[in-house]
Design a protein around this ligand. Structure first.
Ligand SMILES: Nc1ncnc2c1ncn2[C@@H]1O[C@H](COP(=O)(O)OP(=O)(O)OP(=O)(O)O)[C@@H](O)[C@H]1O
Length: 280
């Protein structure tokens, strides 16, 4: 595994024909360092989901390169791309996307089955235990709360031990308290397991759990900051504020971690968002 498991080089994505098309990503170069948690924010239509889909190999860029763990996705045919996606990429959606007829453990085992691997009970149980749901293995999605369903979806995304976990508005359908549990879990995965996490969100509180924020506008990264940039005085306070466990973001040169308690604050993130929206 490389130090930067996800790299995008000059990625452009145009939907529709070149003449009347929409440029969703405009010459975007960005990378994500192993073990970091990045929040991707920006106004509606700025390209956040397109970035995630291109980075995850769910969609192909019009130009440029996407590299996952050193493999350039461009030359891969559909079968090879699907195999790489199943093995190296985890994806979590706002709507959980669990199979309602299957139990939690059967849902978690699905990616292994799809990859042609016979799921071992121990790895499925370990993935459920990581998200705190070892005791709900036999429950179906309809018997679980929204937050529990999202945690099953995260366990399902993690069971193949992917190089990167992408999450598109993972707390968009959850209430505040439940969102906090899911965000703490994502933060913990980065901190304790070195899991690389990239999350799209509209919510500055959710983004404050990340150690780096990218702000997009018109398909470009127009602002970027890390907990280390925010400095030790940044007000990561209050029960809904981020957990204050920052790390160095990709592209930041791998500088040391900021002192504990110096996380990104929702207020700082909201202010940078407001500044961006005012300039658009
Ligand atoms: N399949 C598609 N066909 C045509 N245009 C598309 C398609 N998907 C996205 N777009 C356009 O590309 C641009 C970027 O869309 P994208 O969904 O990536 O933005 P976003 O920042 O995720 O927006 P939101 O916050 O509203 O979800 C928008 O102008 C959108 O209308």
């Amino acid at each position: 595994m490389t130090d930067e498991p996800v790299q995008l080089w000059s990625v452009r994505k145009v939907y529709g024909s070149a003449a009347g098309g929409v440029t969703a990503l405009d010459d975007m170069t960005v990378s994500f360092r192993a073990g970091t948690f990045t929040a991707v924010m920006g106004p509606s239509g700025s390209g956040k989901s397109t970035l995630l889909h291109c980075a995850a190999g769910l969609d192909r860029p019009t130009d440029g390169k996407v590299i996952i763990d050193g493999t350039d996705l461009g030359p891969l045919g559909e079968t090879a791309l699907t195999l790489l996606r199943r093995k190296r990429i985890g994806f979590v959606f706002q709507a959980f996307n669990l199979v309602s007829a299957l139990t939690a453990e059967q849902n978690v085992a699905l990616p292994l089955r799809l990859a042609g691997v016979r799921p071992r009970g121990s790895e499925v149980r370990a993935a459920l235990a990581e998200v705190g749901l070892a005791d709900r293995a036999r429950h179906r999605p309809g018997e679980l709360s929204g937050g529990e369903q999202q945690r099953v979806a995260i366990a399902r995304a993690l069971v193949t031990r992917p190089s990167v976990l992408f999450a598109d508005e993972p707390t968009g359908a959850l209430d505040r308290a439940t969102s906090r549990d899911v965000l703490r879990l994502l933060r913990d995965l980065a901190d304790r397991q070195g899991q690389t996490v990239v999350m799209v969100t509209h919510d500055p509180v959710a983004a404050s759990y990340a150690d780096r924020v990218l702000l997009l506008a018109d398909g470009r990264v127009v602002d970027e900051f890390t907990a280390a940039d925010a400095g030790p005085g940044s007000p990561a306070s209050g029960s809904d504020a981020g957990p204050g466990s920052p790390g160095s973001g990709p592209g930041s040169g791998g500088a040391g971690r900021a002192p504990a308690g110096a996380g990104l604050s929702p207020e700082l993130i909201a202010a940078r968002m407001a500044a961006l929206e005012a300039s658009c």
